[in-house]
Design a protein around this ligand. Structure first.
Ligand code: ATP
Ligand code: MG
Length: 765
């Protein structure tokens, strides 16, 4: 009967060429619920796009009668382009192709009145959200230091992800905030938004759901309107998105979802992988198609990804075969795993490889390369190395390291120490963290400064002697000026620039502000600040460092599109590159310690899925690396390779540890030899390697001998250095040992001053 209404789908259309039988079936099964459940790179997104093109080309629906949801704006753009290419002009009315946010915003815009908003409503961003929470906390007389606005905002987001309006939040969850005031604050927050004629991102969906539930006629209109619904990355939908889709699909049930349970990586943001596992129950009569041929990656890449993910317990399990041009490719390169000395060596290796790739490649070879990291602080070393080599790059989905808000704040303090004339720096941090210095006060100061021709910093103490500024503003400004003066004096009388930065962050209350802030972003920002101090350690003094950053920022401005891409593993979902680097595969970094601490086994499995996503982004070459020593939280630590390294299949991997691990001669693990030996002997799974891991914590890094690291049992804790011995440190240069406590040395460096270092990084000179 469908055939009577619509033109017969042309099963021989061009766009079907090249699809395998299962893919073709998924494209042509247009009626009824359909789930395409398949591993990475099997063409799920391609199927979805082709299906959309097919529906339009064969006249089953007008473009405006299709609803297509993708995960990111970038993915939506790509899908639109592809669909337009396949259908030509006919695809132009694809109004309802976008992210959950963009589509639900469109719907709400037209129907805002029904939920008590005007159609001119504002969508507020995270900053505004936090500001609003702050006002509520103040009004409720809650201690904002204990219960931060950011934390309240993240709780509210969490409830909205679960589609819970205040009256639906389970009572005991109120206790997650301010001794039971959580729900009350949420209620006030919603009421305030209404007064402001605004909604936050979570509200877009929530209001849509309310609309549909309260207005059956309206919902029926949408059912008539959206003849076909298509959803990509279904495994990462949260409860609210899921409810929204179910309501819309109740009409004719022509819903096609594609996804991969092994790539569910947004559990921490409320995604429910169960949604995909439950599909057949939710949509009776649903057809499930599995795709088993991966067209993206070579055999070794696929084997590596499959081996790692097979360690997860909670999964459906799938088989993947190599398809397309890669099948049986004799030149396929094994996945390379390399152990390196430290983060700098790793960045050098990665960038050398990129240069080598570019040297043999033709046009646009930089954009073939992607560096995928677990956490944004890891980006810095790569960015710096790329800049030194003049390789164009782009950070996708976030600012470059030195453009991050917290880094700019810290830099502004340092710039003020260097030059009190720096008004921009003054303005940035005079009330960051909060000191009661409001905008009007700052504007007043700016006006005086302009009239007077002096800098803000010089003028402020003069104004403070008058009655122009009073109350908290006066106190805050006095404290600010005094602190800057004090810090500058300390720096001028010999404090190192790295210590200076730490002192500023601590004494200004900046660290405290972030520590009290319980949102997930706060920890990232603290980590980034620690990485900033690591970066400073590479320069002799403050001026050298600031100049460097100014140059780095400048270098970042050009770029012609052919750029190496740096992004987080989360941001890389659905994308692909010929050459993919996966650095930092070390315990605590990846899997991330936080995720294990907070979510235990569940967290570990999500991290492992992230590893799977990472490996499967590579088409031709995948390079995994880890280091032996990492500066973590400002201090050098010896680190262990990630457990995921051990899970890689030996026969598909080429391993090489250049440096980093050798054992203490005579230690009871019985393994002696050079670092290269270890790399060879261990092959990452040998008993020696495992012992090294089992003994983690029992050993610390010993002195570097002949350029090789050694391990010493930490119980004995001998550094092997004598008082007054002359030593050399790679970063700080020559110095004299002033104190030796276990493996920690205090060394008076000739240039860098007194520093505490771990003896690993010091050689006898
Ligand atoms: P992910 O799980 O990572 O989102 P996916 O399943 O969505 O992956 P696609 O991105 O659609 O996979 O496809 C992966 C690659 O394989 C793309 O480059 C795509 O063009 C190609 N591809 C898909 N199907 C075929 C096919 N039948 N023949 C040749 N190439 C194909
Ligand atoms: Mg995809």
């Amino acid at each position: 009967m469908a055939a009577a209404k619509a033109p017969v789908p042309s099963a021989s259309a061009d766009y079907l060429d090249g699809l395998n039988p299962e893919q073709k079936e998924a494209v042509l099964t247009t009626e009824g619920p359909l789930l395409v459940l398949a591993g990475a790179g099997t063409g799920k997104t391609r199927v979805l796009t082709t299906r959309l093109a097919h529906i339009i080309a064969s006249g089953l629906a007008y473009p405006s009668q299709t609803l297509t949801v993708t995960f990111t704006n970038k993915a939506a753009r790509e899908m639109r382009e592809r669909a337009l290419k396949l259908t030509g002009e006919a695809g132009e009315g694809l109004r309802w192709l976008g992210t959950f946010h963009s589509i639900s915003a469109q719907i709400l815009r037209r129907l805002a009145e029904l939920v008590g908003l005007k159609s001119s409503f504002t969508i507020i961003d995270t900053d505004d959200q936090i500001r609003l929470c702050k006002q509520i906390i103040e009004a409720e007389e809650i201690d904002p230091k204990r219960w931060t606005p950011r934390y309240l905002a993240s709780l509210i987001d969490g409830w909205k992800n679960r589609a819970l309006l205040p009256h639906k939040v389970p009572g005991d969850e109120a206790y997650q905030f301010a001794d039971g005031k959580g729900i009350k604050c949420y209620e006030t927050y919603q009421a305030r938004l209404k007064v402001l004629n605004a909604c936050d991102f979570g509200d877009l969906l929530i209001h849509n759901i309310t609309l549909f539930q309260d207005n059956p006629d309206l919902l029926a209109d949408f059912h008539r309107k959206f003849k076909y619904i298509l959803v990509d990355e279904y495994q990462d939908t949260n409860v609210a998105q899921y409810l929204w889709l179910r309501l819309l699909a109740q009409g004719n049930s022509n819903i096609c979802c594609v996804g991969d349970d092994d790539q569910s990586i947004y559990g921490w943001r409320g995604a429910e992988v169960d949604n995909i596992l439950r599909f057949e129950k939710d949509f009776p009569g649903a057809k499930v198609i599995r795709l088993e041929r991966n067209y993206r990656s070579t055999e070794p890449i696929l084997a590596a990804a499959s081996a790692v993910i097979s360690n997860n317990k909670g999964r459906l399990g799938k088989t993947l075969f190599v398809g397309g041009d890669w099948a049986g490719d004799p030149d396929a390169k094994k996945v390379q795993v390399r152990g390196l000395w430290d983060g700098e060596a790793e960045a050098r290796m990665v960038c050398d490889e990129i240069e080598a790739w570019a040297a043999k490649g033709g046009k646009n070879c930089y954009e073939d390369c992607a560096i995928l990291v677990r956490a944004s602080w890891q980006m810095r070393l790569f960015e710096e190395r790329l800049i030194i080599l003049g390789i164009p790059y782009r950070v996708i989905g976030g600012p470059r390291f030195f453009e991050r808000a917290e880094i700019r704040d810290a830099m502004a303090y340092l710039r003020l120490i260097r030059s009190t004339d720096d008004d921009l720096a003054f303005e940035r941090v005079v009330n960051q963290p909060k000191r009661g210095v409001g905008n009007t006060t700052v504007q007043k100061l700016q006006r005086y400064a302009r009239d007077d021709g002096r800098s803000l910093f010089t003028l402020t103490p003069m104004v403070l002697q008058t009655d122009e500024i009073k109350g908290p503003g006066k106190r805050g400004l006095t404290q600010f000026i005094d602190q800057i003066n004090l810090w500058r004096d300390r720096y001028n009388s010999g404090m190192s620039h790295t210590d200076l930065a730490q002192v500023i962050l601590d004494e200004s209350g900046y660290t405290d502000m972030l520590q009290k802030d319980r949102s997930p972003q706060a920890q990232t920002r603290l980590d980034n600040l620690k990485e900033l101090i690591n970066a400073m350690g590479e320069f002799e003094n403050l001026t050298g460092f600031l100049e460097h950053v100014e140059l780095v920022m400048d270098a970042g401005r050009d770029g012609n599109g052919d750029e190496v891409q740096i992004l987080t593993l989360h941001g890389a979902k659905g994308l692909e590159w010929p050459l993919v680097f996966l650095p930092g595969w070390e315990e605590e970094v990846f899997p991330s310690r936080r995720s294990l601490d907070e979510s235990g086994m569940k967290g570990l499995e999500e991290e492992r899925r992230l590893a799977y996503v990472g490996i499967t982004r590579a088409r031709e070459v995948c390079r995994i690396s880890f280091v032996a020593n990492r500066q973590i939280f400002g201090r050098w630590q010896s680190v262990l390779p990630s457990r995921f390294v051990d899970e890689l299949p030996h026969d598909q991997v080429e391993a090489e540890a250049e440096t980093g691990y050798s054992s203490l001669p005579g230690s009871e693990d019985g393994f002696t030899g050079t670092v290269e030996d270890l790399g060879e002997r261990s092959n990452y799974t040998s008993p020696g390697w495992r012992r090294l891991k089992e003994n983690a914590g029992k050993y610390e890094s010993g002195p570097v001998i002949d350029g090789k690291a050694t391990l010493v049992a930490s119980e004995t804790g001998q550094s092997g250095f004598k008082l007054n011995q002359r030593v050399f440190h790679e970063k700080f240069g020559y110095g004299k040992v002033m104190d030796a406590n276990g493996t920690k040395l205090t060394v008076a460096f000739e240039k860098a001053g007194l520093k505490k270092v771990i003896s690993t990084f010091v050689t006898a000179a």
